[in-house]
Design a protein. Structure first.
Length: 293
């Protein structure tokens, strides 16, 4: 993959919409907000022809077992049903977008790529679209479920992007570079607002995802930094790749870490995601916990 494979710019998206060449999905979501808040923002304003995709309902499943984490990967049948309901077609590229600080578009990109679909993220999201003077609307976009009678059936297959189990994440932590992208205070175990234990997987290193996208070196507001900046900020991962060491990435529940996977993919590096992340690890009493830097 390259930057052009995973990201789409505002002018490119505008041209694709003019040609009716993509399916556009609004996936705005923020950790800790009430369910439906993203859909409410969509109802106020969104990109023309965008349909709303609910991260909690479609891009994850809820097993009732805390050892699965807060956002386990969806079952493929349920994912296909949810995507077909918003008009996703197997033969048509999907574009997803969110808003600054959300990381939901990274999760959507990851899940759809993992399931075998062609998808890109709007660089800078809705902020970049509006900053370019492009129109927004409150009108719902008509949806033809399944993409219409001429659309091929949506058959999804998992495994197009690599994942780690908890055991595999432990091995990467002990013999490679396992990146924890949560805030430093959560990594160090000084605070834990969501999960039962504070700390991190032993051997992990902390590269906060918020730091990857900080600063003004972006083509669009809130967008992906330049290749040079990403290479500097992700240097430990890139060094491990060069050395042939195992690598992996995790976060609290598999959402914000997908944004780091996206950033690395823009550099042509494929890194496995531990989808259960800290929310799954910390709910298993058999798993060791490290604290401090």
């Amino acid at each position: 993959m390259s930057r052009a494979d995973v990201l789409i710019t505002v002018p490119e998206l505008a041209a694709a919409l003019e040609r009716d060449a993509v399916t556009l999905l609004d996936v705005r979501w923020r950790l800790g907000e009430p369910h439906g808040a993203g859909a409410a923002r969509y109802a106020v304003r969104h990109l023309p022809r965008a349909r709303f995709l609910d991260l909690e309902a479609v891009l994850t499943r809820h097993t009732g077992d805390p050892r699965d984490g807060r956002h386990p990967l969806p079952e493929l049948d349920a994912l296909a049903t949810g995507l077909a309901a918003v008009g996703v077609r197997a033969d048509r590229q999907v574009v997803v977008y969110d808003e600054a600080g959300s990381f939901a578009a990274g999760r959507a990109w990851w899940v759809l790529r993992w399931a075998g679909l062609d998808v890109r993220v709007l660089d800078g999201g809705i902020a970049a679209w509006e900053a370019a003077g492009m129109p927004v609307t409150a009108a719902n976009s008509p949806v033809t479920p399944g993409g219409g009678s001429d659309a091929p059936e949506l058959h999804l297959r998992a495994g197009h992007l690599p994942t780690l189990t908890a055991d595999q994440a432990a091995l990467v932590g002990s013999g490679g570079v396992l990146v924890d992208v949560r805030a430093p205070e959560r990594f160090r175990g000084e605070t834990e607002p969501l999960d039962p234990q504070a700390g991190h997987i032993p051997g992990a290193v902390n590269i906060p995802v918020s730091g990857l996208f900080a600063g003004a070196d972006t083509a669009y507001p809130g967008g992906m930094p330049s290749e040079q900046v990403l290479r500097e900020r992700l240097a430990p991962v890139l060094a491990a790749v060069t050395a042939g060491e195992p690598i992996g990435v995790y976060c609290g529940s598999g959402v914000s870490a997908a944004q780091a996977v996206l950033a690395l993919a823009s550099l042509g590096v494929q890194v496995p995601l531990y989808a259960g992340s800290w929310s799954a690890w910390s709910n298993d009493p058999a798993r060791p916990v490290a604290t401090g830097a």
